[in-house]
Design a protein around this ligand. Structure first.
Ligand code: SF4
Length: 978
């Protein structure tokens, strides 16, 4: 049989051309295959109504299967790749998911987790009906209730909290939000500052460094066109937007780009690097500064870009008042600022040879403006001062002028598009101190992981607490402190888990309400994955399929399994029940415009959005005789622009400039035009001037240009915000020694890296996908052979005990040279557990445990490992593994960075052979000690009451997912933490 390898390339090319011509002659789109095997990789969209495949099970008989292909968006990580659901036209059920070639970000490709969505849909352990607790919290006793009963009970509580002015007792805590602003809009409509997120245990450190530079908290590297790609993460396999980015990094590599990876582990990404640097954890900023210093000392930077776009003049004025405000004077100071960051210094900090660092620096210098970089969780999430990792990384981009250039790095807001919704409620007039405490005025996001400690300290209580796509007991550090407060009805009155699956947190809920997976609910998405803007649509695919067949669906529960719902319809229904007659002013934001007095439907909500706030979509849809909503239901994603370019360089039209005021630093203010409403807009907005004029641009060489949304309008090499809010010593990009710096470790301690993902799992969301569980189900501790010998650990597979500052865990060793000596590593994805009294949860991934509390704290012991079991899915009897790893996060205390608010994940630990009686997965935790550690870290903070320059809680220009009204920013006369 002829294989593609047997065919000469020219002949293959000829066949591809012929296939393309034949396909296009039929008026269909030809998708070039990803390999030489396939001439066309994807079904052309013209045939999505009736796509025919041969049944593999019927082979060798040629039995046709007819599918309707319906797009949706993957929800197994934040990349939001396009999926195509193959809806069997005979059974009306989804048979499989593959990539959507019409999606501009993912371009038809997915990682393993995308197609595994089918496992989640057919998961025999999923929750199908609303459940209410019928015994004490955590007893595992539940009764099925109706949606009406649950909604009425919750609406009554929330209505009472609102009318009794206890608005801060309502909180919705999100994991991966999976949507752009819907929940914020709901909370704003209730007048509640109740949005809480997971971001401070995830990406706040990475965001903070970018935010202080450009006023926008995420980078958008144009990997595909880069000459040099510099990654501080395992970005190819598990970084931010990793499939869309990985395919573009691969594209660049094929064109000769060099890839530099800083990763202490030999990750899959590191194996693909041209330069793999395995630094001592926490030294990454020192390496970045050595590279920057090389550019400065060799004059290898883009002088004109630095002169025009850095706020050097403001820096000189404020910090060097005796120096003339000239660029030459600044260059002289700049040359001295980083002179100590030699390759020798960085080598001493990082353990990487100075000659290697010098070689890497010369490669970076050769990139010019085609230098693409990314840093996200990883080092920025691991270390005290980790936010300086991304700030020093962007220093390299800013020196090279590789900002918003082809092959450079963009501010993410320019490569993202957030459509405006039909109703925009006003900013809430209250401030939630449990999420935004005065101690952390510059925190990038909510101080979510401190919530149990704040509740224990009596700073407040929660009447009604929702979690959505979030498992706080499992995800956060110090999860048993979470469990303690979630079991305490005086601290959390009613705990509601909106979830498709059982989890370590849902066990303790009062209501468990079943929500849909990625193919069972609505959302919109837009993420920075290349230099362009797109909007993607997640939708319940069976609803869309039925609609395409002319069978209207008015409620997503009509097509979902059991009584599984979606959040959007749930929030609308709940809001109506909170305010049935509209007297609270809430209902108006959940009411139809087309049919006043009736509920807003998801069709109207998204129909209005696509028709009114996505440029170009109505025209594109009309060209095919479709409404914008019909078009999105059919194709799933729309590209709005490509090639955004350097938006900061755009000249501001004269029509937008009236009553012009130019600050000494060159910031241009105007009273023309409307002030933007920012309560649901993720990008930060600079504050107006004292006369209330809005910031419109920045004066550059006599021309008013758009600039950046920073206070100065320029890239802020020196941050006036950090300087004014109590941290002048860190106002420049710099190096902060980590809490796990070698000088802070005892002789018998090592650093534990706990932040890395596995490519085929995502936190708790993917554990109910059997294919993924078979691929990855455990998390051994990586230990270098030299450390294994030092600590008396004999072989891979031996049990080790890892001691943290509040307890210990017992895991299996993996002895490998893929990790630095002096550092151990353990992925945080594993160690799922269930209480023996509770529901099964995720059968292939959860061990059954017992939890008991003694004088020395909590003990968790394995009662039974995961293993085969009987269910509606015959594959559950075929589970061959029982090692599902250890839940190490339980043994970590909280480490809030005093500036970014990021939890600093890395741990100083002792490691050795397991003690007699230790069993794999055992956990010991002293939550009393955890509370002491929380207090120690709290003392590092500089509260707004002491440092605020203007009596407010937080700089108003900083981003905040749900922004309260201006008056709520003012610190009350005697608030806590002042
Ligand atoms: S990268 Fe994988 S998990 Fe993430 S959205 Fe894409 S297909 Fe889904």
């Amino acid at each position: 049989m002829e294989t593609p390898e047997d065919i000469p390339l020219e002949e293959l090319g000829r066949r591809v051309s012929a296939a393309r011509a034949a396909t296009e002659a039929r008026g269909e789109t030809f998708y070039q295959g990803a390999s030489r095997v396939h001439l066309a990789a994807f079904p052309p969209r013209e045939r999505w109504d009736d796509w025919v495949e041969l049944s593999s099970r019927a082979w060798p008989a040629r039995e046709e299967r007819h599918y309707m292909l319906v797009p949706t968006t993957c929800f197994n990580c934040e990349s939001a790749c396009g999926l195509l659901a193959y809806v069997d036209r005979q059974t009306g059920q989804v048979r499989k998911f593959e990539g959507n070639p019409e999606h501009p970000g993912s371009r038809g490709r997915n990682c393993a987790k995308g197609p595994a969505t089918i496992n989640q849909v057919t998961d025999p352990d999923r929750i199908l009906y609303p459940m209410k607790r019928s015994g004490p919290r955590g007893s595992g006793r539940w009764e099925r209730v109706s949606w009406d009963e649950a909604l009425d009970a919750l609406a009554a509580r929330i209505r009472a909290a609102i009318t009794q002015n206890r608005r801060n007792e309502i909180m919705v805590h999100l994991g991966r939000p999976g949507e752009d602003g819907y929940t914020e809009r709901v909370l704003a409509s209730w007048g509640v500052d109740g949005h809480n997120s997971h971001t401070n245990v995830c990406s706040s450190g990475g965001r903070t460094g970018f935010q202080f530079w450009m006023g926008i908290d995420r980078p958008s590297p144009d990997h595909a066109h880069a000459k040099v790609i510099y990654l501080i993460s395992a970005h190819l396999e598990s970084g931010h937007y990793f499939n869309p980015h990985a395919q573009r990094i691969t594209q660049a590599r094929a064109n000769g780009a060099k890839v530099i990876v800083l990763d202490t582990r030999l990750s899959n990404t590191a194996t693909h690097a041209d330069y793999w640097l395995s630094p001592q954890p926490g030294s990454e900023a020192a390496i970045n500064l050595a590279v920057a210093n090389h550019l400065i000392q060799t004059r290898g930077y883009d002088r004109d870009f630095v002169r025009r776009w850095w706020n050097w003049a403001e820096y000189l004025t404020q910090c060097h008042p005796d120096v003339p405000v000239t660029f030459e004077a600044f260059e002289e100071i700049l040359a001295g600022l980083y002179a100590d960051f030699t390759f020798g210094f960085a080598a001493a900090e990082s353990g990487i040879d100075a000659s290697v660092l010098a070689e890497v620096a010369s490669v970076v210098a050769g990139a010019g403006s085609r230098f693409a970089c990314h840093s996200w969780r990883s080092a920025a999430a691991g270390n005290l001062g980790g936010w300086q990792v991304s700030r020093t990384l962007f220093l390299i981009s800013a020196l090279l002028g590789a900002v918003a250039t082809e092959g450079g790095t963009f501010p993410n807001a320019w490569n993202k598009f957030v459509p405006r919704p039909i109703h925009v409620p006003p900013h809430p007039g209250v401030w939630q101190e449990l999420s935004w405490p005065l101690e952390y005025p510059l925190a990038q996001n909510e101080m979510s992981f401190l919530l149990p400690h704040f509740l224990k300290d009596g700073r407040g209580k929660l009447d009604t607490y929702f979690i959505r796509v979030y498992n706080p007991v499992w995800t956060n550090p110090d999860g048993l402190s979470w469990m303690e407060v979630l079991c305490d009805e005086d601290k959390v009155g009613c705990f509601v888990a909106l979830t498709p699956t059982w989890s370590e947190s849902a066990w303790f809920a009062d209501y468990v309400l079943p929500m849909g997976h990625g193919s069972e609910r609505h959302d919109t998405h837009s993420y920075e994955q290349y230099d362009g803007q797109w909007v993607g649509f997640r939708q319940p695919v069976l609803r869309a399929a039925r609609t395409r067949l002319g069978e209207p669906v008015t409620d997503t529960r009509q097509v979902n399994p059991g009584e599984v719902w979606e959040e959007n319809e749930f929030w609308t229904e709940l809001s109506w029940r909170i305010d049935p007659d509209g007297s609270l002013g809430i209902r108006q934001y959940h009411e139809s415009r087309a049919h006043p007095g009736s509920k807003l439907t998801v069709d109207e909500y998204y129909g209005w959005m696509f028709a009114n706030s996505v440029p170009g979509l109505p025209e594109r849809a009309a060209a095919e005789g479709l409404s914008p909503l019909e078009w999105m239901r059919r194709y799933g994603a729309f590209e709005i622009t490509r090639g955004q370019g350097a938006q900061h360089e755009q000249e501001v039209p004269a029509a937008e400039l009236a009553d012009l005021h130019v600050s000494p630093a060159g910031r241009v203010y105007t009273s023309a035009g409307p002030a933007p409403s920012a309560n649901i807009v993720p990008a930060g907005a600079p504050a107006p001037d004292e006369a209330g004029r809005r910031a419109a641009g920045v004066m550059v060489d006599g021309v008013v240009r758009r600039g950046f949304p920073t206070p100065s309008g320029r890239l802020e090499f020196w941050s006036s915000t950090l300087a004014a809010w109590g941290w002048p010593e860190h106002a420049l990009p710099g190096y902060i020694r980590s809490h796990v710096h070698p000088s802070r470790l005892a002789a018998d301690q090592v650093v534990l890296l706990s932040t890395f993902r596995l490519p085929t799992q995502i936190h708790t969301r993917s554990a109910n996908a059997k294919w993924l569980d078979e691929l990855a189900h455990t998390n051994p501790v990586w230990i270098h052979p030299a450390d294994a010998a030092r600590f008396g650990i004999g072989r891979t597979g031996d049990l080790v005990r890892v001691e943290t500052e509040i307890g210990h865990f017992v895991a299996k060793a993996w002895i490998t040279e893929g990790i630095r000596p002096g550092v151990i590593a353990c992925s945080h994805h594993m160690g799922r557990w269930r209480l023996d009294a509770g529901p099964r949860g995720a059968g292939g991934m959860m061990a059954t445990v017992g939890l008991r509390q003694g004088d020395d704290g909590w003990r968790m012991e394995r009662r039974a490992p995961a293993g085969p079991y009987s269910s509606a899915d015959p594959d559950s009897r075929r589970i061959w593994w029982n090692d599902t790893g250890v839940h190490q996060n339980l043994t970590f205390s909280v480490h809030p960075d005093p500036i970014s608010g990021m939890h600093c994940w890395h741990q100083a630990v002792r490691v050795g052979p397991a003690a007699p009686g230790d069993r794999h997965g055992d956990i010991a935790v002293d939550t009393g000690r955890a509370h002491e550690v929380y207090r120690q870290w709290l003392r590092r903070a500089r509260p707004a009451g002491q440092v605020s320059p203007d009596g407010t809680r937080r700089p108003r220009w900083l981003m905040r997912p749900l922004k309260p009204a201006a008056e709520a920013f003012v610190i009350p006369a005697a608030g806590p933490g002042t």
